[in-house]
Design a protein. Structure first.
Length: 247
């Protein structure tokens, strides 16, 4: 299986951080193909940056779409997820969607812990769009961004564990999610300090991506085919994709 590990922000070191963990947890026959967005924010923390990241995700997919079995959208918030499913011929799995769905299966209530205060309202809206609002106990954000946490993960472990415990004690969470590439690999490092399961968003997404090709929903994520779109000033690969080139 060739898995496109697509990070739509422009921080290649975050892409590689997540891809390293993905390779550790993936099946031996799964090839992880990391790709980073070519334009946009270094780290996504606003709606404007997320909107640009959706374009970057489509552009990156258009450039690397050949000989793939599945796409993993490696950004917690999944910018461009449904647009990718509209144009892709292979399954597309979102890191946030996969994590929230796993958490919802494992507990009646779940909480998300991530870096960057701007993510709070965006993630609550996202979970509501998934139809899981009733199971969301809370979104707890930290002042350091995911990129800051990735730069010095050891310094953030105590605060991450405290945020997860607060989600359990104060919000009633039965499962917690550490969301984002910047937090990749940290769930195992705080698991003993948290009284409920802690889900790593990269691990959850890789498992979902590996399972996706064998499920009934294939290609296009179950979305209806779209009409060819005439465009201006896009990259040649994205323009061709939107014009109807599905080769």
């Amino acid at each position: 299986m060739r898995l496109l590990f697509l990070n739509p922000n422009t921080s290649a070191h975050l892409t590689e951080l997540g891809a390293q963990l993905a390779r550790k947890v993936a099946r031996p026959e799964t090839e992880i193909v990391p790709v980073t967005g070519q334009f946009g924010a270094r780290y996504i923390s606003t709606r404007a940056a997320a909107a640009i990241a959706a374009h970057a995700a489509l552009d990156a997919f258009a450039r690397h779409r050949h000989k793939l079995d599945v796409v993993l959208l490696a950004c917690f918030g999944d910018p461009g997820l449904f647009a990718l499913r509209e144009v892709a011929q292979v399954p597309v799995v979102g890191m946030a969607e996969a994590s929230c769905q796993l958490a919802a299966r494992r507990g009646r209530k779940f909480s998300i812990v991530t870096g960057g205060h701007g993510w709070g309202p965006m993630l609550r809206e996202f979970v509501a769009a998934l139809g899981l609002a009733a199971q969301l106990a809370s979104v707890r954000t930290m002042a350091p961004s995911g990129a800051d946490i990735a730069a010095d993960p050891a310094a953030a472990l105590a605060a991450l564990a405290a945020a997860c415990r607060a989600a359990v004690d104060e919000d009633g969470a039965e499962v917690t999610i550490l969301g984002g590439l910047g937090l990749a690999g940290l769930a195992d490092r705080i698991a003993e300090r948290v009284p409920v399961p802690v889900i790593d968003s990269v691990v959850a997404a890789v498992a979902a991506a590996e399972a996706a090709p064998s499920l009934a929903i294939a290609g296009k994520g179950g979305l209806a085919p779209v009409e060819p779109t005439e465009t201006t000033a896009l990259s040649a690969s994205l323009a061709a994709l939107l014009a109807g080139d599905r080769r």
